[in-house]
Design a protein. Sequence first.
Lengths: 490, 147
Amino acid sequence: MIKFGSNYAQKIQHLYSNKPFSFAIIGSGPAGLYTAKHLFNDIENINIHVFEQDLCPTGLIRYGMAPDHQRIKRVAEELLTIKQYEQCHYFGGVTIGKDITIDELDHMYSAVFYAFGAQCDKPLNIQGEQLNNVYSARQIVNWYNSHPNYYDLDITFKNKNNIAIIGNGNVALDIARIFGLNQEELQKTDINEISIEKLKNNNITNIVIIGRRGLVQSQFSLKELREMTKLTQFRFLLYKPDLIQSLNEESQTECKDLGINYGNVTRGNRRKLEFMRGFEIIEDEATMDAILQEQNTNGKINVILRFLLTPIKIEQINDQLHLKLQHNQLSGKAFNQMAIPIEEQSTIKCDMIIKSVGYQSHNIDQHLPWNYEQNIIDNSDGCIKKDNSKLKVGSYACGWIKTGPKGVIDSTFGSSQETIVNFKNHMDADLIKNIHDPYEEVVNLLKQRSINYIDFKVWDRINEFEIQQGLKVKKPRIKITKNKEFLQFL
Amino acid sequence: MNEQMQCNNYHNYIILMIRVLIKYGAAQQKMVTFFFKNKDNSLTKVTGQIGQNLLQIAHKNEIDLEGACEQSLACSTCHVILPKQLYDKLSQPIAEEEDLLDLAYGLTETSRLGCQVQIDERFENVVIQLPKATRNFYVDGHKPKPH
């Protein structure tokens, strides 16, 4: 389908009509599906195969986005409209790099778009990280989203009064919010019954969210913060000594209106700071200790935002976890401030620790050029680099595997769009080879290697089933949790 | 001759009636015509009813605007850029919209979310710009530099 009014699309049609191109997209999350959708919009006569490691499509929309954010999850339906194209095939449950190598992909397709995101957690690399009741954000997020590998995570909220979350991005806020939802709010989500059973009636009193740098450098967005403050069970608190250290001159510069060249950066900082000025302040250590020892808060949950602290050690002492923290101060110029350790240390006693310091990508095939410094595919604006001077023409990166795991769905769309623009330049320069649809070849290859996969037709049946099951109990859907059960739809 | 004149009169009368009907209909529906400037700088002429929002009109006209959250103010994928003159005339966005604009890709001083902007007569002939894919993608560690 060509969009009229778009000169670019018409040009591409003119140059390439009647010659088929075949593309592989690795990963079916927001970046992969967005790329597929826009390639279909912009270029005629193409075949697209979407490969996904999980059986179900949509990646973090299904397994990452918070289960109480159902409206935004509906973006999946919009992205999956690519199903309408006969030339679009989905292979769910196929691991690229293992089941099919990237060398094989390079031979079978005109171009390959890598959009496999960030599959792992960044480690803290501190002692005690492996203790019981210490979880990674990925484990928790996948657990409450019923991911087949994590739905049966060994977790209990019995006698868990104080929770520490290390890292202060949107994922940390998501976790804090989900942990604090009341029964009624939980029932509106698609969290499975077993997990709801564990979450409801928990007796969490305090959630301490810990950031390495200052308040202005905190990673969560005002959108998430404001949403959480609207839920009456949460009481937000800041700690005075943190604030004094946080709001140095450089940090205040980071909130000033410095004009459009600073994009959203200062604007977002400024608005977030203004909003947080409305939070209650804990004056001193004694008050903090008293709050952390509170037992009965009438169903209220204190969310204490702490700053300029780096975890250095976790110890299990009796029934509690002791999180040892190194205090930091900010150093460096505005917009480039680092957390530098100072002498002071302190300990937070808690019952559960969540490590939420960010996701991390890992390479899936040794033949895929890798940037070890940033843990992303080695690329220049989405074009994968063969080495420092040459591009690997025909290979592209979209979404988090291109930029690193930062930003919201809008930034993923934006960065994928940039990749598509650069790819179309390669098409214009006649650098992309014509290849007929390799569908039969792929199907035979997977058959030979005895790999079960689900396609769009099977997914439609699964999706319909989950939604129908949900309707009966007034929930958005009831997710299937076991791979075995998914494969029964084949 | 007479017959032909009569016929012509009749013909003209019908045309006049159609014109009146179109005009009356348009007045009833209060249509406004304006343009979307696409990501490749091409212009698309669109017509929308007063009270419709920019995202609805964009979708109806196959403009490349996402609108991922179905107008629930949960994302910023329907980000559009208004001409300054028009932006200044409209009422201020609510705090929740501003929160999302903070996260928008390629924010400008006259950015709005398409789903929150309802058109009226003031939109006649204006050009609504879609944000472009820029090379200046903000990631962690990005250091903005002033001119």
